[in-house]
Design a binder for this molecule. Sequence first.
Ligand SMILES: [Fe+2]
Length: 197
Amino acid sequence: MEQARAVQATAPLEQRVDAVQSLLEARGLPASQAVEELRHKAEEEWVPRNGARVVAKAWSDPGFKQRLLADGRAAVTELGLSMPKHHRHLVVLENTAQVQNVICCTLCSCTAFTIIGLPPDWYKDLEYRARVVRESRTVLRDICLNHPAATEIRVWDTTADTRYMVLPEQPPHTVGWPEEKLAGIVTRDAMIGVARL
Ligand SMILES: [Fe+2]
């Protein structure tokens, strides 16, 4: 019995997924279709490119930036983007030469994933989640090579209904670029706040 339990616990992931899928399908629930839809969303729709467009627009259009900082959830709809119902707020945090905002989820892995993309593995790592709060300056120094030491660091802990996004500081040499080109330099890490552009 113990041995059987141990074998079950270590079954390869694919085998476990197949087992769950067969059980669902045996009960008339179309699991493979749902999995395919989710895969499509994760790979094609919930991508950092969305947030990059938002950032580029904010850099180019002061009125949009103002609306974005006031109510992120409403502002992103102007670009045809949306958030799940339970992401009730999108709080956009503006990085400046003096302030670096960093987002995390100390409980699990929450992000505004329809806007900035799904969280990378390191964001979900237990050690990162603990250290970014306790010793944020050291963590930033380790992963953000051009992080200026004098910057004030603000760490924001995501909750189920309040999601964050960092508005990175625009590199001076890109002022006047078209939005499309600006979006091309905005990275997921910059929107999490662990990189400066
Ligand atoms: Fe979470």
